[in-house]
Write a new protein. Structure first.
Ligand code: TPP
Ligand code: SF4
Ligand code: MG
Lengths: 310, 583
């Protein structure tokens, strides 16, 4: 029997279980897109049979980083930009857990950008939700790596001279194997995408458009949105890297021209970090964290270590 | 002092100096002799001078001295670099057929051996260092057969032909010297039946980690800590663990943190530049009460400094580093075998008190190989204490009235229960923000104070329950008190033996605990002269002792990049006894 008795537990799950007794009411501003992510997660998790005790959510710093205060799971609030290494290591230590990392666009594409690139490259089996509101929300509206060119804020009073990062394209070149964009205003699509992302074996990246009515007044509420899978105007194969790349490029351009394109962009079957390491024999098949609970485990094998130094 | 032989092989980086030296060290160890090795490297890139030095005796040796008896010199620079250590009786083995003209001081014995030609005859020029080892055996009266097992270990993977060729090469070196030179340098290396293990400080840390149940390691390569990671890679899997090489140290420490949150005993190791990056996450580890071992194998700083040189410059960084006030443990092993035991202890401290532990070692420990009887690593004596981890039976005891897990419960000893993700009913929040018992962020004055006090109370509990004492040497009533930390212990112990010959008695306290640390007030007050010895320029530990004991101390500081030598240290202590304490 597993030492981690919540993992794989078969039982009926009540949706309200994911609303914590601690802080049932988020303190985000009225109309904040972050509510959309929370709602979608609360729906998605029970629908795929997850209980709060088998989910670990690691967040960064920002308005978005408060997500796990409002979601009943094992929550770990890291420091600015560092949710990904914490999340991916927890998954390596116990891959029975469902591990979700989340944070803002500044957190994930700016200060934590190197981790984003490498977590994607190594294809760690976790889900990463970036709350993309195109500003630094918590610190009161400064320009972020996704703020459009010309965006005015206290740190760019004459308009942002820099072009924004391309989150989807970056995920693709870096090596993510599930890439999607959704929006807070589209809760049903968001929920379905989250479910697919969690069930995907490998690094799943969701660029989640979350409007910030407080600091990003000139940004739209990300409406009207178009689902690229449902619209007849777009036709591409999400398993084809080239086609996905073109579609991403168009989507990233369109956002700043007033068209909000969303949907699934890329899915690949490349083995995840842990699958690959296990195949190479560089990682044991049972969870690393499990061994301590194995009463038959022979610690005295440590003596073998000395033999090699003779 | 032990009747010792000091031997070295030196040449250019890329000449195979390290593996040649190691073969000889292993052979001596197999022959039941004690060995203490050190390395010189000017630079890691090809073209730099490098040497592997061995001090060997039948009795225990635990430091280097300022004397070189036999030198295998593959370059003239090897001779030039060591002129200070060579003496009239030294013998230098070199290859007279090589392009350079050997310039060897007349008083020394020049032993010209055609290393390359003999190696070619034995099957390949690549074996010329092994020919030199054979020649060294002839000069030291050491049976060449002791090399055989080391050669098998080193070349076994390349097939029996290669092994046999190497054995032949060694014998040709020996025979050449015996035939062409009629020398009696007076060495007859005695052998014993003792069965030793030979390892360096990084390996001892890696071995300690495995024995302590470390199952997750995340790191980013850096001299001189890399060997910890390389030791674990390939071994930890056999024990059910995994090593990750990260994109940087920010990631390494956060990954180690993630592994620990999920329930694996986790660790990372780095050196100065990496410790700076890791400092970012240190406060989060403490505030979220996550057990983690962070190893700093110190090297010469600041900045990139002298990457392959010794220094104990990070005491303040590990003791005070990080913004805000962070409870921690700082443990600094004083010998290679202690690297093993302090690593085991670090894991227990981390989990019992759910607090980060800095394990502070240094380059001198990391690159030195030393012999120990296997009992020095008695695996049966390793105990694992995982602290207050709850399971499905006990989680209920820690739920509040509304069924919420009290992950930061304000207990008498300051230690709260720990529920690993995947435990039914244990779900909770944990954060680097100040929080209440349930992990909910707070800025309430009473809750803030309660949690700060609770976290520091763990350290108070540890002071009561653990034995944070010093290692005592010499005469407890001596008027001269020497205090040190980290790797200087061996050199000081040997310096004391030299001082004793001059009737200078010394009490020596070797302190492996930097925080919490033992109270040295009484010892300091009782002594006439107090001298604090450390490898840094400013006397960081001396400052701490002055602060603790409200007494001025004398200081011996070395920051040349080279560790203390026993004879040099004895002279410095003698010198200090004639000076006044600074006012
Ligand atoms: C190392 C560090 N630098 C700066 C900050 C201050 N800070 C907090 S959140 C934030 C940016 C938040 O923006 P984003 O990641 O987009 O999150 P949002 O609030 O928009 O959800 C900054 C700069 C910090 N907490 N830590
Ligand atoms: S500042 Fe913006 S992102 Fe933050 S809670 Fe308010 S609306 Fe949401
Ligand atoms: Mg943002």
């Amino acid at each position: 029997m597993s030492a981690f008795n919540a993992i794989g537990e078969e039982r009926d799950i009540d949706r309200n279980e994911f609303t914590p007794g601690l802080e049932p009411q988020p303190t985000w501003c009225p109309g904040c897109g972050d509510f959309g992510v929370l709602k979608a997660l609360k729906q998605a998790l029970p629908e795929i049979g997850k209980t709060p005790d088998e989910v670990l959510t690691c967040t960064g710093i920002g308005c978005s980083g408060k997500l796990n205060s409002y979601l009943e799971t094992y929550g770990f609030h890291t420091i600015h930009g560092r949710s990904l290494p914490v999340a991916r290591a927890a998954k390596l230590a116990n891959d029975g857990l469902t591990v979700i990392a989340a944070g803002g666009d500044g957190d994930g594409y700016g200060i934590g950008g190197n981790h984003f690139m490498h977590t994607a490259r190594e294809n760690h089996d976790i889900t990463y939700i970036v709350f993309n509101n195109e500003v630094f929300g918590l610190t009161k509206g400064q320009t972020s790596p996704t703020s459009p060119r010309g965006h005015k804020s206290k740190t760019t009073p004459h308009g942002n001279a820099k072009s924004p990062i391309r989150p989807l394209s970056l995920a693709l070149t870096s090596g993510a194997t599930y890439i999607a964009r959704t929006a807070a205003v589209n809760p049903n699509q968001a929920k379905e995408i989250i479910k697919e992302a969690i069930e995907h074996d490998g690094f799943a990246h969701i660029d989640f458009l979350t409007q910030c009515p407080t600091w990003n007044k000139d940004a739209r509420q990300y409406v009207p949105y178009v689902d690229v899978q449902e619209s007849d105007d777009y036709d591409f194969d999400i398993h084809n890297r080239q086609e996905a790349q073109e579609m991403m490029f168009e989507t990233e351009n369109a956002l700043h021209e007033g068209t909000v394109l969303t949907g699934r962009y890329f899915v690949d079957e490349r083995p995840s970090y842990q699958q690959e390491k296990k195949e190479l024999g560089e990682m044991p098949t049972e969870p690393l964290a499990e061994r301590y609970f194995d009463d038959d485990y022979e610690w005295e094998r440590s003596y073998d270590l000395l033999e090699r130094h003779k | 002092m032990a009747e010792d032989l000091n031997w070295a092989v030196g040449g250019e980086a890329g000449d195979g100096i390290d593996s040649t030296g190691k073969i000889f060290a292993q052979a001596l160890s197999r022959a039941g002799r004690h060995v203490f090795t050190s390395k010189d490297f000017a630079s890691r890139i090809r073209g730099g001078y490098t040497a592997y030095k061995i001090r060997t005796a039948v009795d225990e040796v635990q430091s280097v001295v300022d004397r070189l008896d036999i030198l295998v010199a593959l370059t003239q620079r090897t001779i030039d670099e060591n002129l200070d250590e060579l003496h009239d009786g030294s013998a230098i083995i070199y290859d007279g057929e090589r392009s350079w003209e050997a310039n060897i001081p007349e008083e020394m014995t020049a032993v010209d051996v055609p290393l390359r030609s003999l190696a070619e005859e034995a099957g390949g020029a690549i074996m010329r260092n092994v020919v030199a080892l054979g020649a060294a055996c002839a000069l030291t009266g050491f049976d060449v057969e002791y090399l055989d097992e080391s050669l098998e270990k080193r070349f076994g993977g390349k097939g029996s032909k290669i092994v046999e060729n190497n054995k032949t090469a060694a014998r040709m070196g020996r025979d050449y010297v015996e035939e062409h030179y009629d020398l009696d340098l007076g060495y007859e290396l005695e052998t014993t039946d003792a069965d030793y293990v030979l390892l360096n400080g990084d390996e001892a840390i890696g071995m300690g980690a495995l024995a302590a149940g470390c199952r997750f390691y995340a790191g980013y390569p850096i001299t001189p800590a890399t060997a910890v990671m390389e030791y674990l890679t390939g071994r930890i899997e056999e024990y059910g663990g995994h090593v990750v090489q990260c994109e940087d140290e920010l990631s390494a420490i956060n990954m180690a943190l993630g592994g620990a949150r999920a329930g694996a005993r986790s660790m990372t190791a780095t050196s100065g530049p990496g410790i700076d990056l890791m400092a970012e996450t240190f406060g989060l580890i403490a505030t979220s009460e996550t057990p983690l071992v962070i190893c700093d194998v110190m090297r010469s700083g600041p900045s990139t400094g002298m990457p392959t040189k010794q220094e104990q410059g990070d005491l303040n960084m590990t003791l005070y580093g990080g913004h805000g006030e962070i409870p921690r443990f700082v443990v600094a092993p004083t010998t290679i075998s202690e690297c093993f035991w302090k690593t085991v202890e670090a894991f227990n401290l981390a989990e019992k008190y759910q607090t980060p532990v800095y394990l502070v070692s240094d380059l001198a420990l990391a690159v030195t190989e030393q012999t120990f009887p296997p009992e020095a690593f008695d695996m049966d004596a390793v105990e694992i204490d995982r602290g207050k981890i709850v399971d499905d039976d006990t989680v209920g005891e820690w739920l509040d009235d509304e069924g919420r897990f009290r992950a930061h419960a304000n207990t008498d000893d300051g230690i709260s229960p720990r529920a690993l993700p995947g435990t039914v009913d244990g779900a909770h929040m944990s954060t680097g923000l100040e929080h209440d018992e349930l992990g909910r962020r707070t800025e309430r004055e009473d809750e803030r104070v309660e949690q700060v006090d609770k976290r520091y109370r763990k350290v108070e509990t540890a002071k009561r329950e653990e034995d944070f004492s010093w290692r005592e040497f010499g005469d407890p009533d001596a008027e001269t008190l020497v205090i040190s930390w980290g790797s200087n212990e061996g050199a000081i112990v040997e310096a004391m033996a030299l001082l004793e010959e001059d009737d200078i008695d010394v009490r020596f306290l070797s302190v492996p605990y930097i925080f919490p640390r033992p109270d040295l007030t009484e010892a300091v007050k009782a002594a006439e002269d107090v001298i604090v010895v450390e490898c840094n320029a400013t006397g960081q530990f001396a400052d701490v002792i002055e602060h603790d004991t409200l007494t001025r101390v004398k200081r011996i500081n070395k920051y040349t990049g080279v560790r203390f030598l026993a004879d040099e240290l004895a002279a410095e202590i003698r010198e200090q006894l004639t000076t006044e304490v600074p006012a």
